[in-house]
Ligand binder design. Structure first.
Ligand SMILES: [Zn+2]
Length: 315
């Protein structure tokens, strides 16, 4: 009978609750330690952008841990021995997906048994771009389209609510506030780029992280290598790019913080040969230091936008 099933379920829940209460008394209630096994909700994030996003959605009572540190390249992230344990202890794991975290993927699959795991970029609302150099591989850098980062935000909110439904209202409130900040950011990017004449909107970067930005905000992006930094640039690609830079009269080439020196050196050489300027350093796959303007996602996008607009606006 359905009613007896319900009663059984209720009595089972009561028994579990009593057991938890008893166990809580034995181990000390209200344990606020941050160690594994504490009651504090723990959210583990792969990239620095995602960790910043999570921090905007949670209160002080939730612990947000970022696996990657400032300046680390997610494509070739060197897994640390502590990562597996951190993932095993997590209540929520937020990752980009689309193979951005190729070295962490199986560690998460094997260890995140208790956690709600969400691949934020793998969503029907996100139309992925392909790679020119790697057939069939989707471009994972969706966070540079702010509309798509809003999808990340909504999905992160859903994950937090799934893991901690008692605080759903608080997560929803913070999400609404952060989405409004992202709207303001997007209006700023559009307004700034509108000041650059259409035929000057072309940039060169070290690796191909800015296609979503370029497509959404109207900038043509040329890169030394494709969507993953695992690849090595081929001499014929560099020669072709150099010809394009000369042909299009590209005004600015950019280096990036999270890629190898070799790649950035190629950009510098291209600038030397073509007479174009180095427009500065863009943040692509990692935020800047926490105490700098580019230490948040919003700050990073503003930094990149300001730098691109300044470089492209030169007469
Ligand atoms: Zn990248």
């Amino acid at each position: 009978m359905p009613s007896s099933g319900l009663i059984n379920q209720v009595s089972h829940k009561l028994a579990v609750a009593c057991l938890c209460l008893w166990f809580g008394l034995m181990t000390g209630c209200g344990d606020t330690s941050t160690e594994a096994g504490s009651d504090r909700l723990t959210v583990v994030c792969t990239t620095t952008m995602i960790a910043d996003l999570a921090k905007n959605l949670v209160g002080d009572d939730v612990q947000v841990i970022g696996i990657m540190k400032t300046g680390e390249d997610p494509h070739v992230y060197d897994v640390r021995p502590r990562d597996a344990q951190m993932i095993a202890d997590a209540d929520v794991v937020l990752m980009n997906g689309l193979h951005l975290e190729s070295t962490l993927e199986h560690i998460i699959e094997n260890n995140a048994e208790q956690a709600v795991v969400v691949r934020l970029a793998e969503d029907d609302r996100i139309a992925t771009l392909g790679s020119e150099t790697k057939e069939g591989a989707p471009d994972p850098h969706c966070w540079f389209n702010i509309e798509y980062f809003k999808v990340y935000t909504e999905r992160a909110c859903d994950a937090l609510i799934a893991a901690d439904p008692d605080n759903a209202e608080a997560y929803k409130e913070r999400t609404v506030a952060y989405l409004a900040e992202l709207d303001t950011l997007q209006a700023y990017v559009v307004e700034q780029l509108d000041t650059v004449p259409q035929d000057q909107r072309v940039i060169v970067t070290s690796h191909d992280a800015f296609q979503y930005f370029g497509k959404r905000y109207g900038v043509e992006v040329l890169a030394v290598i494709g969507i993953s930094t695992e690849q090595q640039p081929r001499p014929q690609d560099i020669a072709a790019l150099e010809a394009k830079v000369a042909d299009r009269g590209v005004k600015a080439l950019f280096i990036e913080t999270s890629v190898s020196r070799t790649l950035n050196d190629i950009v510098k050489k291209l600038a030397d040969h073509s007479g174009a300027a180095i427009g500065g350093t863009l943040y692509s796959d990692s935020l800047g230091d926490p105490d700098t303007d580019a230490g948040t996602y919003i700050g990073m996008v503003r930094h990149n936008t300001d730098l691109i607009v300044k470089a492209l606006s030169q007469p």
